[in-house]
Design a protein around this ligand. Structure first.
Ligand SMILES: Nc1ncnc2c1ncn2[C@@H]1O[C@H](COP(=O)(O)OP(=O)(O)OP(=O)(O)O)[C@@H](O)[C@H]1O
Ligand SMILES: [Mg+2]
Length: 397
């Protein structure tokens, strides 16, 4: 057994580095080692007074050790940490319950010029019978934080860019939506002009009715524009509670001015027992329903008077389904595989955006959109949405 093996642990350390050192030499060597560390090292006593401040800490905080030794560690912290530090220390010393000791956490340091910077601080306790000290190991994480902030900004930029690219898709959808109220406004305006030129007596009432319809269509057009504005401003569209049946009736009335629908009968089979209430963007849901109604009517253009059936029904306690059933031409397998793709259309004047935009809208409301074949002919397009039943208080309001 070597001489070192019989000695105390401190002696072993000194002997293993191969030279017999005095306590003073060992102390100097320890200080040199601490100063060589890349991380900041600060030792404080139990009152928070600084006893050791290594070179890395000096660089980080821009203080020499003479400027900080014997002073309270609070001087290296910005508020509120500086205010709270004394009470952290005394509560730990009296309760033994650590908040940060033995763990690490991200906090802020304060340089001699007052600049704050992010640090990762881990604290350990050094205790013997006469003395308690705390050692703080500090890493300057300014660069990592900067990287994190930049990565976050990049993510935000990307998500805005992807919103803008889906805006291209949305813009096409908006153009699609705007066409209908504008055509309606123009035909009501022409009708009013004709009425005013004729000499018949009750024309004033008819003109007033046409002007009301022009107003309804103009409001709808401006709602669509508002939604686009909200989307571009990176704001989430405001959702509100709406009665589904009321929304369906309003939408059918809007659709009726579409000349395509005039030859067809719309039959409503709406849930009446537990009337459904939805938390939705009503303009968007109207947009979906209008698309389904127009598609159904388009598929029946060759059958004058053929009915379109719109139905709402609960498919579970929380899901309401709206379906639009036509008895038109239906779809072949190839068509039905592509209908939700943007710009897919089999119509001469179609944009192929209706179902793709509708799918985006229904998914963003937590629902699904799907279709089935109708018997003996035609299609049933449906969507479901989370809903609740209207209760008495809703009706009293
Ligand atoms: N009820 C339906 N019956 C038969 N085919 C349908 C029906 N609904 C949709 N389709 C088919 O799906 C295609 C895509 O529909 P979508 O609504 O996305 O676009 P579109 O109606 O062609 O054009 P628009 O952008 O003007 O709505 C239609 O072109 C049609 O071929
Ligand atoms: Mg369509």
């Amino acid at each position: 057994m070597s001489e070192a093996d019989n000695s105390n642990p401190g002696q072993i350390l000194l002997n293993t580095i191969g030279c017999k050192e005095t306590i003073k030499d060992a102390n100097e060597r320890l200080i040199a080692l601490l100063n060589a560390a890349v991380d900041g090292l600060i030792i404080i006593d139990k009152k928070g007074n600084i006893e050791l401040f290594n070179s890395a800490a000096q660089k980080m905080f821009m203080y020499s050790s003479q400027e900080v030794l014997g002073k309270n560690i609070k001087m290296l912290m910005p508020a509120p940490f500086s205010r709270e530090h004394d009470s952290y220390l005394s509560s730990y010393l009296s309760s033994g319950q650590p908040k940060i000791i033995g763990k690490g956490r991200k906090v802020k340091g304060k340089k001699s010029n007052g600049d704050e910077f992010p640090i990762f601080l881990s604290v350990g306790e050094v205790k013997d019978s006469s003395h308690t000290q705390f050692v703080g190991i500090i890493r300057d994480i300014s660069e990592q934080e900067q990287d994190r902030i930049e990565a976050q900004e990049n993510r935000n930029r990307l998500s805005h860019a992807s919103r803008l690219s889906s805006m291209g898709e949305l813009a096409a959808g908006i153009a699609h939506e705007m066409n209908q109220p504008l055509t309606a406004i123009s035909s009501y305006a022409q009708a009013s002009k004709r009425l005013l030129q004729s000499t018949s007596e009750n024309n004033i009432e008819k003109v007033a009715a046409a002007l009301d319809k022009i107003c309804d269509q103009a409001i709808r057009a401006s709602d669509v524009i508002d939604r686009l504005r909200n989307f571009v401003k990176k704001r989430v569209a405001q959702r509100e509670y709406v009665e589904l049946n009321v929304l369906i009736i309003k939408t059918v009335n809007l659709a009726k001015v579409d000349t395509r629908i005039l030859d067809h009968k719309v039959i409503l089979e709406l849930e009446q027992v537990k009337k459904p209430k939805l938390l939705v963007d009503p303009v968007q849901i109207q947009q979906v329903l209008l698309n389904l109604i127009r598609n159904g009517i388009d598929s029946m253009e060759h059958i004058k008077g053929a009915p379109l059936i719109i139905k709402s029904q609960w498919i579970s306690n929380e899901l309401i389904e709206v379906s639009v059933k036509d008895c038109g031409l239906g779809m072949d397998a190839q068509t039905s595989g592509s209908i939700f793709s943007p710009f897919f259309t089999t119509k001469q004047s179609g944009m192929g955006m209706g179902l793709s935009v509708s799918q985006t809208i229904i998914h963003s409301h937590g629902g699904r959109i799907y279709f089935d074949t109708n018997q003996p002919s035609g299609c049933i397009f449906s969507f479901n949405l989370p809903a609740t039943a209207i209760n008495h208080e809703d009706i009293e309001k």
